[in-house]
Design a protein around this ligand. Structure first.
Ligand code: MRU
Length: 347
C-alpha cells in the first residue's frame, strides 16, 4: 500500500502518471518539451489545480534550458512568451498562472542567462516540494475539523495525484491512514470525465483507504441512507469573498450539505486563492468538448449532433462553505475579512 504520485522530477526528467489511462493501466510518460507539457494538461493526462501548476512550472523551466541567447532581455522575452502559451492551456485553476508567474519573478534578479536558467529550474523544483508540505499541513488541519466524524463524501479527485502528494480534500484520509485514523470515504463518480470513479477510487485503494463509489445522482440519498457526516472538496480558484470554483457537481453537494445540516469543507493551498477576483461571478469557467458528454468509454450514448452544454466547473457561493482548509490554517466566515487576513499574514 502506498500513496501514488503523479509528478516526478528524476535526473532532470519530468515524468508524469498518465491519468487518462487509469484505472486500467498505470503508465508513466516523460514530458520532454513545452508542447508535451501543454498537451498533457489540456488532454487531462495530468489534472487537478496544484498538479497542473507544477507541470506547467517544469514545462516552462525545461523550455528555458533550451533557449539559445546570451542576452537576458531576449531570454525574458522567450520565457514570457512560453508562460503565455502554457497559461492558455486551461482557464479555471489559478494555480497554473500562479506557478508560471512565480517562475517569471524568480529570474528578475538574474545577472546572466546561465543564472536565470538555473534559477527558473530551482523555482519549479521548489514549487513541487512546497506543495507536498502544503498538502500534508492541509491534511493535519482537516483531521482536526473531522474529529469524531468518519463517513465523508467527496467529488472529483483532489488527491495525491492532483497535487505533489497527499492531495487537498483527500489529504486527511491519507494522513489519517499514516496516523492510524480510519475513514469511510464515499466518492461521487464525477460525470462526465469520471475523476471520482477512475482516479479517487483507484488512489484511495492504492493507499488502503476504505472507499465506496456512488453515481453523482445518488449523493442526496447516500447522505441520509449512510449517515454521511461531512463533505470535503478541493478547489480550482477561490475568489476574495470565498466563492469557490471546483469540479462541476460541487455546488450540488454544497446545497445538499446545507439541506442535511452537515459541514461542507473546501480544502486548498493558498496558491488557489485569487484576490484579484472579488467574487465567483468573475471566475472563468472552462467549457469542454461535447464528446465528453455524448460518449462514454468510446461509445455514443446520445443521438448524433445532440446539443450539449459541458461546463467543467461550477462556483459554490461562500455562504454554503463551513470552512476553508489551507496549509496556513483554517479560514472560517467572515471570508471576505478572514481570507485577506490569512493571506496577508502569509506574505
Ligand atoms: O478537471 P480537473 O480534473 O482538473 O478538475 C479538478 C478539480 O476540480 C479538483 O477538485 C481541484 O483541481 C482540486 S485538486 C487538489
Amino acid at each position: 500500500m502506498a500513496i501514488p504520485l503523479s509528478i516526478q522530477w528524476i535526473n532532470g526528467q519530468l515524468i508524469i502518471l498518465n491519468q487518462q489511462k487509469l484505472p486500467h493501466e498505470t503508465e508513466y510518460i516523460t514530458l520532454n518539451t513545452i508542447e508535451d507539457a501543454f498537451d498533457a494538461i489540456i488532454t487531462l493526462k495530468v489534472r487537478g489545480a496544484p498538479a497542473i501548476g507544477i507541470t506547467a512550472a517544469f514545462g516552462l523551466a525545461l523550455a528555458a534550458q533550451r533557449h539559445e541567447t546570451e542576452t537576458l532581455e531576449v531570454f525574458h522575452h522567450y520565457v514570457k512568451k512560453d508562460a503565455i502559451y502554457l497559461g492558455s492551456s486551461r482557464p479555471t485553476a489559478v494555480n497554473l498562472v500562479w506557478a508560471l508567474s512565480r517562475l517569471q519573478q524568480s529570474i528578475n534578479s538574474a545577472k546572466t542567462v546561465e543564472d536565470a536558467k538555473a534559477q527558473i529550474l530551482a523555482e519549479a523544483i521548489r514549487i513541487h516540494e512546497e506543495d507536498e508540505q502544503a498538502c500534508r499541513n492541509i491534511g493535519g488541519y482537516a483531521l482536526d475539523l473531522l474529529e469524531g466524524r468518519t463517513k465523508v463524501l467527496t467529488i472529483c479527485n483532489a488527491g495525491s495525484i492532483a497535487t505533489a502528494k497527499y492531495g487537498t480534500a483527500l489529504a486527511p484520509f491519507h494522513l489519517g491512514k499514516e496516523l492510524g485514523r480510519e475513514f469511510e470515504v464515499y466518492a461521487c463518480e464525477t460525470r462526465p470525465v469520471f475523476q471520482g470513479a477512475r482516479l479517487t477510487v483507484w488512489e484511495l485503494q492504492q493507499a488502503g483507504v476504505d472507499v465506496t463509489l456512488i453515481t453523482d445522482s445518488m449523493a442526496a440519498h447516500t447522505i441520509s441512507a449512510k449517515g454521511i457526516e461531512a463533505i470535503i472538496v478541493g478547489a480550482d480558484r477561490i475568489a476574495a469573498n470565498g466563492d469557490t470554483a471546483n469540479k462541476i457537481g460541487t455546488l450540488n453537494l454544497a446545497i445538499l450539505a446545507a439541506a442535511y445540516n452537515i459541514p461542507f469543507y473546501v480544502a486548498a493551498p493558498v496558491s488557489t486563492f485569487d484576490l484579484q477576483i472579488p467574487n465567483g461571478k468573475n471566475i472563468p469557467i472552462e467549457e469542454r468538448s461535447a464528446e465528453e458528454i455524448t460518449y462514454v468509454a468510446g461509445q455514443p450514448i446520445a443521438p448524433k449532433n445532440t446539443k450539449v452544454f459541458n461546463p467543467a466547473f461550477d462556483v459554490t457561493p461562500a455562504h454554503y462553505i463551513t470552512a476553508i482548509i489551507t496549509e496556513k490554517g483554517i479560514i472560517h466566515p467572515d471570508y471576505e475579512r478572514n481570507i485577506q487576513e490569512l493571506l496577508v499574514a502569509v506574505k
